[in-house]
Design a protein around this ligand. Sequence first.
Ligand code: CP
Length: 332
Amino acid sequence: MNHPDAPTYPARPDPPSGGLSRLHLDAIHSLNDADILYLLNLGAYYKGLLMAGATLPQPLAGRTQINVFFENSTRTSSSFELAGKKLGADVLVLPIAHSSAQKGEELRDTIQTLAAMGADIMVVRHSQARIIRMMAECLGESGLPTSLINAGEGTKGHPTQALLDAATLLERFNRTPQQGLEGMTISIVGDIKHSRVAASNAELLTRLGATLRLAGPEAMLPDDDFYSEIERRTSLQSALEGADIIMALRIQLERMDSGPGMSNEDYFNQWGLTHERMAWANRGALIMHPGPINRNVELAGALADDKARSLILNQVAMGVPTRMAVLDAFTC
Ligand code: CP
């Protein structure tokens, strides 16, 4: 019999019958509902173990994980590294700046080289859209059994960010993945057009039942045929009215052909979140941000730091168990 004070945590979920539908995690829309529920439930299981300080299972012992980041990262890179190590993997972080990519080696050759060294799973970030699918085809042609995980590609997707955002909301509102986010209104505010986070969240949060809205300056909204089924709001006040969650995004200068068309100060004046402006939203509304944040551009520093209103560090913390779940589920 368990000691009455023994920590409790969710039971390990069973994988979908027949396993995951995918070898690689390239996009949210590639996952079926059973995959998504399994990943969220497995993440909740790992979150419970971490919170309880329990001895962690080592399903990746003897397996090799390689992180290949062609773009900068703090949260995603570090949490994938921590997640792999916690599960017992041998984790290599390829130092891109010192790699043969700098000598003109093509991406396909870099990836095949690492796979041939015995990588069981590769976590990849790249500026090019649909790069994971292209790399998966290369690995398939060469018969190398390595799983690929999208850690952010172009403006098209960042599926593990969406999974950890959904997990953060489920935890906060004490819901299971099966219960989902029905009844919750979420406004994503900012540079939607260049955001891989918005792309993946638009897919996942709506699939979990949330009502989504997109809002930002005209130049930062995607073309009309993207997310055409999701409502758009054209001012910060109208975006916040009736919202339970406001997810702010930074201006992604590195993905813009020309500049943002307004100064940081003007952006903050028109679109910046503050405590005062949060009064437009539903009572108790919370803010999220995938990071990195730019204080006093997309949101006031005081709001970002307000633990009663901000889930930003909850999102960061959820990154580790969510990525443990992804590595556990997808490692070949
Ligand atoms: N949210 C996110 O992807 O952050 P990093 O760029 O720091 O990984």
